[in-house]
Design a protein around this ligand. Sequence first.
Ligand SMILES: *Cc1c(COP(=O)(O)O)cnc(C)c1O
Length: 460
Amino acid sequence: MNLTEQVLKTRTSLHGDPALHKLDRQYLWHPFTQMDEWQQEEPLVIEKGEGPFLYDTDSHRYIDAVSSIWCTVHGHNHPYIVSAMIEQLTKSVHTTLLGLSNPPAIQLAEKLISCAPKGLKRVFYSDSGAAAVEVALKMAVQYWYLKGEKRTEFLRLQESYHGDTFGSMSVGYSETFHKPFQEMLFQTHTIPSPYFLKREKNLTEEEAEKESLAQTRTLLESHGAATAACIVEPLIQGAAGIIPHSPRYLKALYELVKSYHLLFIADEVAVGFGRTGTLFAVEQAEISPDLLCLGKALSGGYLPLSATLVTEQIFEAFCAPFEEFKQFFHGHTFSGNPLACAAGIASLEIFKKENTLKRLSPKLELFWSFLKEKIEPLENVIEVRGRGFFAGIEIGKTKQENFPVEFRAGKKIMMAARKQGIIFRPLLDTLVLAPPLNIQEGILKELLNGILNSIQDGLR
Ligand SMILES: *Cc1c(COP(=O)(O)O)cnc(C)c1O
């Protein structure tokens, strides 16, 4: 460090970079953020990422406990992904997939199909999870249309989240988020979640699953013929607050839906690529969806890239002479972007090269025994839930009762965690942990102890 750099560093080290803070407040509108509150606080500005760590503009180190919103499965700036990207940069940054192809898009598609659940044969690229879901919904409706059936409704699970575009809002309707748009959204039928049935009606897990399935059957009886597909986030509903269901339930739901001849869409935007312990969550239920949505970690979490994988049966329905106009009229400027696909190929190769999933199991044991033995017994913890490296810690005033929303328990603990060198983003009062899959055991322990301390410090 030269003298100027040193002076600059000492000058900014107490309060971050005030000039950047001012510009942030002046020009940015942050996603899912109450900007009125944001503007009264000091933003945390991240300048660098390396492995499981993030560094702010003052070079303070933080553990990224949520993999930058469930994306960076191999940590930040993994040298293997970065070098694959640099190599691609010397060739092209972007060329279109409309009427042209490019090697990384082709090779990633082949790799995805070779590891995806059997039956999935074609890859349609987009650039966000929401777009991958839109594509799945549109493909499902057009599939039936091409078959001469009008099916424009969808089945979806209570509290589901599938993205923020109109179609994905329709299948992820939430009163709090989407009230202003309610009349503009299309018809869906909501399957009661076994998790909430169990919790609200005090049922056993089996009873709750049975009741959910019975109600699904009733929905299918009355609306099945007008319904194109059932869409589900397999095993964990992320944005709902890390809400789990069992592989047994997922399998039973799939079989029920298929017995009424609907299409089944698995939205693995959040859970895909190892998050729940297997490469894809549906593997644990031994089911193979008709459509599979991927996003977040698809590029290793480094660039915007998503995909909708479909069966040959769906693909073929769209194949006809040009003049019949049966093709799928949908595309995005950056569909199959070669740089993002190069990152995606490298990310999949790392799973093999580093044996990521096999090396995860001892860490899962450590993670869940700490959460169950040290965190769940705390008086301010209602419940710890989740699967794999995807956990929700629900904070409460007591073991049974949530804090009032305005108390901001989740946020208080998030701020306390920052002092411990840990970054996560809660979902209301549920703390979310989704560490990179390759986090070292020592760092994982540091993370868990830090969370334990922050729950106590944050509520003090
Ligand atoms: C994040 C998420 C989406 C939306 O992905 P974006 O890239 O943010 O549009 C869709 N479905 C699920 C399950 C998600 O977690």
